[in-house]
Design a protein around this ligand. Structure first.
Ligand code: MTE
Length: 337
């Protein structure tokens, strides 16, 4: 399924590919393909694997991922006029508290996470509950690339090319009952491989939990990701399966998911449980509602440094208002932060 999302997505590959890579590929492709539409270029690009992006470390993809790889629909949703964050930054500046609280901890510690075999449970208010090996869980889904902004509640942001499939496709598959109003996600709990879960200082009551309203989950922008930068997900980014909800603060995008439950009541989420006055259930990116301890009007786009802080204005719903604002018609976003 090639999702057409107007405004935020209608652009050319030259807008989102690092310029050097784009120019070198244009040189190779020559005039013969210069006039091709995005889908044509994208099919060509599917063959060049991780070379699609600069500096990507190749991973060890499981066989189900390699089998699906050639049919990925590349560039299905893009971000216009914003450079993709270098792979190194996206994989070495992470929040994954199961592996430590410093930004470098997940890259350093997540190697021990065993992502094969991996089991996903789907339960609760569904007609078709199940317990699946990940390769079976993935069978029905067409993978596509989604280039999305990721805005952390801590006021930094990135642009990441994810590989995943729409959450709505999963919901169609498992047949929610009429009592299903919310979807609840749970991360793996495995203190042996997750040092953060062994720490006596952790504020989090493990496992990490997140949730969405059913209509938010059905929105075409909500995806379950299994890859990024043309390869499978690195462990520190939430391998082998994570949520990506680009109009919400990054903490909603829960990593390393083992359970997906359809429920009738709004689930109690991890950050809400830790500090409900600072982190709400909705967590929609909103430059007009500040965090109690800092402004949300601006953000640091990574990479950023002292000499080049790379600060930009934060956009309402992280730039996806056209696609999602209607979900919140009549809701007071100041109260429902
Ligand atoms: N998921 C789990 N299980 N544990 C976490 O600590 N951190 C969240 C989110 N998902 C987190 C998580 C936060 S705060 C952010 S900003 C994003 O993951 C960061 O994703 P990234 O490291 O891939 O950029």
């Amino acid at each position: 399924m090639l999702i057409k999302v107007p405004k935020a997505s209608d652009c050319h590959e030259s807008d989102v590919t690092p310029e050097s890579l784009y120019l070198s590929r244009r040189h190779v492709l020559g005039a013969a393909v210069a006039g091709l539409a995005i889908s044509g270029l994208s099919r060509w690009a599917a063959a060049d694997n991780v070379e699609r992006y600069a500096g990507v470390e190749p991973g060890k993809a499981p066989s189900w991922f390699s089998e699906k790889f050639p049919s990925i629909e590349w560039g299905a949703v893009n971000v216009k006029d914003e450079a993709i964050t270098p792979f190194k930054d996206a994989t070495h500046y992470n929040n994954f508290y199961e592996f430590g609280t410093d930004k470098g901890d997940p890259a350093a510690n997540a190697r021990a996470l065993k992502t094969q075999p991996w089991t996903v449970v789907v339960d609760g208010e569904v007609g078709k509950p199940g317990r699946y090996a990940l390769e079976d869980f993935m069978k029905p889904y067409q993978l596509e690339e989604r280039i999305y902004r990721l805005r952390c509640v801590e006021a930094w942001s990135m642009v990441i090319p994810w590989i995943g499939f729409p959450l709505s496709a999963l919901l169609k598959e498992v047949e929610p009952t009429s009592s299903a109003k919310f979807i609840r996600f749970e991360t793996l709990q495995d203190p042996k491989s997750m040092p953060g879960q062994r720490s006596g200082f952790a504020l989090i009551d493990w496992p990490y939990i997140e949730g969405l309203r059913l209509d938010e989950a059905m929105n075409p922008l909500s995806i379950l990701a299994v890859g990024m930068y043309g390869r499978e997900l690195p462990n520190q980014n939430g391998a082998p399966l994570r949520l990506v909800v680009p109009w919400k603060y990054g903490f909603k995008s829960i990593k390393s998911i083992v359970r997906i439950s359809l429920v009738s009541e709004q689930p109690k989420t991890t950050w809400q449980s830790i500090a409900s006055d600072e982190y709400g259930f909705y967590a929609n990116v909103n430059p007009t509602v500040d965090h109690p301890r800092w402004t949300q009007a601006r953000e640091r786009r990574l990479p950023s440094g002292l000499l080049k802080p790379n600060v930009r204005e934060t956009q309402m719903f992280n730039g996806y208002a056209d696609e999602v604002a209607s979900l919140y018609a009549g809701l007071d976003l100041r109260k429902n932060y």
